[in-house]
Design a protein around this ligand. Structure first.
Ligand code: SF4
Ligand code: SF4
Length: 360
């Protein structure tokens, strides 16, 4: 463990030991009950707790020992710092995780520009025979080859990361009841609701805004993914080739998802700039803004492509859109998106622990 990270875990152990004696915040989230099931806080335990935390800061605003008290208890900030360390710790290859953690925004801009330039360089110079014919610009098999390779790499990287997390947090076999419980928590974003009032984000006032913008982002992403999958089925199984009509299923799903992916990240950005700096990790702002920017640029170029697909802007827009999609997927295992993956795994681990304690 690098020496600067060692301090994080020493502080995490100190905080959790005090909180475990106090227990005032045990009803706020899944972190405190999981903490109470432990008597020691090793780095593996702290990484697990950090990924259970969704940085609502409720425990900071409620804490009688928060700064300026001499105990200086600040759980959200310490867990936010450990959470980002955990992304690089579980990442495969680890060097990619560390590089992206240090330069997320720069990597996004450079990689998107490089891929867009390469795509433009490799495009057909002659205009396509049919208007709005994307495959007349970049052949279908080239697109499938590029995104197939990226999808395979991302799937392997995420699978290795989750396996590392699961093994380190001593996760056992996965049962159906555990899966059902964790899936409910993830899909409903239960903890961001905080019993209906919403969480204390971006400041000490309760609000449902963060949950709503997360929902828009999450379901926007899911609809875009569904649109691409339906288009792949149309193309490969039925032989129905793009461009599809404005009221076709791939376009309706893609447009709805694109709007969600514009509104969600824009809202998250708005909340992020107003976030109380005392309760977050200032060093991860670059990672947060990189992720929000990737999602925003991807959805914006996708919607523009839909509107301007019959114009002379189509080839340039297509290349920037495909580059943004490629970079979004390539950076999934190293950036903010991976919190959704490790948080889901942590909620599964939490469900397993709760069931184990109930039966003992
Ligand atoms: S955050 Fe503060 S109030 Fe909450 S359990 Fe810890 S010490 Fe107690
Ligand atoms: S910040 Fe919110 S989610 Fe994290 S430990 Fe505190 S109350 Fe729980």
């Amino acid at each position: 463990m690098p020496p600067d990270n060692k301090g994080l875990f020493v502080e995490g152990d100190r905080l959790m030991t005090i909180c475990n004696a106090c227990r005032y915040c045990e009803g706020y989230c899944a972190v405190f009950p999981a903490m109470e099931r432990r008597t020691a806080f090793e780095p593996a335990d702290l990484r697990y707790l950090a990924n259970l935390c969704h940085n609502c800061a409720e425990c900071y605003y409620a804490c009688q020992y928060a700064p300026p008290h001499e105990f200086a208890i600040n759980v959200p900030r310490n867990l936010a710092e450990i959470r980002v360390e955990s992304y690089a710790h579980y990442a495969w290859p680890r060097a990619f995780g560390a590089a992206y953690r240090a330069n997320g925004m720069l990597i996004f801009v450079l990689l998107t520009s490089a891929i867009a330039a390469a795509l433009i360089g490799g495009m057909q110079i002659a205009p396509p025979a049919r208007a709005a014919d994307f495959y007349g610009i970049i052949p279908h098999e080239k697109m499938v080859g590029l995104f197939g390779a990226i999808a395979a790499f991302v799937a392997i990287a995420l699978a290795i990361g989750v396996r590392r997390f699961w093994r380190e947090s001593s996760g056992g076999p996965v049962g159906l009841a555990m899966l059902r419980s964790a899936a409910g928590d993830v899909l409903k974003l239960r903890y961001l609701g905080s019993g209906g009032a919403g969480c204390t984000y971006p400041d000490e006032h309760h609000s449902l805004a963060r949950r709503r913008f997360h929902h828009l982002t999450f379901y926007g992403f899911a609809l875009c993914f569904a649109s691409t999958s339906v288009a792949a089925v149309y193309h490969s199984i039925f032989g129905w080739h793009a461009p599809y009509g404005y009221f076709s299923l791939p376009v309706v799903l893609g447009a709805a998802g694109g709007i969600g992916l514009l509104a969600g990240p824009a809202g998250l950005f708005w909340l992020k700039v107003r976030h109380d700096p005392r309760t977050g990790d200032p060093r991860q702002k670059g990672l947060d803004y990189a992720f929000i920017s990737i999602l925003f640029v991807t959805s914006l170029t996708g919607l523009l492509l839909l509107i301007l697909r019959g114009s002379e802007w189509m080839p340039a827009l297509l290349s920037v859109h495909l580059a943004a999609v490629a970079v979004m997927f390539l950076t999934l295992p190293y950036g903010k998106f991976v919190h959704g993956i490790y948080r889901s795994a942590a909620l599964l681990r939490d469900a397993a622990e709760r069931m184990q304690y109930k039966t003992n």
